[in-house]
Design a protein around this ligand. Structure first.
Ligand code: MN
Length: 307
C-alpha cells in the first residue's frame, strides 16, 4: 500500500511588528519548523504616504539566519558588524547570527511607498550555531523560466539552479510565479518536507485551492508539486530535510537549552557579546522578561515578538 503524503493547512496568526501587522505563519502551535525554517512572517502588501512603516530598533539574534525576500518596496539593514544594505525585490539578504549579532531593519528614506514581502529564519545546525556572524546580500537571485511561470531561487537548489545565499544545511526557498492559466510543476526532494504560502492571487495545488492566510505543509513523500492559477499568482515554497536537532526558540534567539537563552538575554542587557548598531539613531529594543527556565523547558519551543 502506498502512503499518501501529508498535506495540512495551519492558520497563521496576526501579530504586530512595531506599527505593522504581520501574519506569522511559523512557528504556530502545531507546526514549529519546515526543514530548517523556523520562522515566517508575511508583511504587506501595504502602501504608505511617508514616514517609516518598518522601524525595528537594534535587537540581538543567536543561532539562526534571517532571510529577507521582497515582492515590492525596500528594507534597509544595518548591523553590529558595520554592514549596511538595502534589500529590493528580486534580491535576497541573509544575516548569519552565529553566536551573536545585532541589527536594525527600517524603511529607507528613499522608498517607493510600498512594502510587500517576507522574513524567514533558518535554524543553524549545532556545528555552525556558535560560529562567526556575517551578512550577505545579492541583488538578483537566479530565476528558472518556463511557459507556465517563473521560479525565483533565493535559498538552496531546485532544478539544478542554486542561490548564492550562504546556508549551512540543506534547504530550499523559492518564490513561484504562476502565469495566468499556467500549471507550474516544480520538482521536490521526496525525503524532504515542504510548505507553501500564497503571496498573491489565487492558486490551486493539484486542483485544490490554497487558502491565503494559511501555511500549507506538505510532508515527505512527494517528488513534485503542480500549482495552477487562472489569473496568475505568486506562492512561497520552502523546504528541507526534517531538522534533526530539537531547538529552543525564545524572542530572537534559537538555542538548545534555557540556560543558553538566559545567558544571551543577560549579555544583551549588559551590552556584551552582540556589539552596537552604530548606524541607527535611537534606543535599542528591550528583551522581554524571561519566563522561569523550568517553564520555558516545559513549554517547549516558543517565540515572542520576533523581528
Ligand atoms: Mn531581526
Amino acid at each position: 500500500m502506498e502512503l499518501t503524503p501529508a498535506r495540512v493547512a495551519y492558520p497563521g496568526k496576526t501579530v504586530m511588528l512595531g506599527s505593522i501587522p504581520v501574519m506569522r505563519a511559523l512557528p504556530v502551535r502545531e507546526r514549529r519548523m519546515v526543514g530548517p525554517w523556523c520562522f515566517l512572517d508575511r508583511f504587506g502588501p501595504m502602501t504608505f504616504a511617508g514616514g517609516k512603516p518598518m522601524d525595528v530598533a537594534p535587537h540581538p539574534h543567536i543561532g539562526l539566519q534571517t532571510v529577507t525576500w521582497l515582492l515590492d518596496g525596500e528594507i534597509q539593514h544595518d548591523d553590529s558588524l558595520g554592514c549596511a544594505a538595502v534589500t529590493r525585490p528580486g534580491g535576497v539578504s541573509v544575516m548569519t547570527a552565529g553566536g551573536g549579532v545585532a541589527h536594525t531593519e527600517q524603511t529607507p528614506p528613499d522608498h517607493s511607498r510600498v512594502l510587500d514581502g517576507v522574513q524567514l529564519w533558518v535554524a543553524l545546525p549545532d556545528s555552525h550555531r556558535n560560529g562567526p556572524a556575517s551578512f550577505s546580500t545579492t541583488p538578483d537571485v537566479p530565476v528558472i523560466e518556463s511557459p507556465a511561470g517563473l521560479v525565483r531561487v533565493f535559498s538552496g537548489t531546485i532544478g539544478g539552479v542554486t542561490s548564492p545565499a550562504p546556508h549551512r544545511s540543506p534547504i530550499l526557498g523559492t518564490d513561484l510565479e504562476i502565469h495566468p492559466s499556467g500549471a507550474l510543476e516544480v520538482p521536490l526532494e521526496a525525503s524532504w518536507e515542504h510548505a507553501l504560502q500564497v503571496l498573491r492571487g489565487t492558486v490551486s495545488l493539484e486542483g485544490e485551492a490554497l487558502g491565503n492566510e494559511q501555511l500549507h505543509y506538505l510532508g515527505p513523500g512527494r517528488a513534485s508539486a503542480v500549482l495552477s492559477s487562472t489569473a496568475g499568482a505568486r506562492v512561497l515554497l520552502i523546504g528541507g530535510p526534517p531538522f534533526p536537532e530539537p531547538i529552543l526558540m525564545w524572542w530572537n534567539f534559537v538555542a538548545r537549552t534555557p540556560e543558553e537563552i538566559a545567558a544571551a538575554r543577560e549579555d544583551w542587557l549588559r551590552h556584551r557579546r552582540f556589539g552596537e548598531v552604530k548606524a541607527y539613531r535611537g534606543a535599542r529594543l528591550d528583551a522581554p522578561q524571561l519566563t522561569r527556565p523550568g517553564a520555558l523547558r516545559a513549554a517547549g519551543p516558543r517565540t515572542r515578538d520576533g523581528a
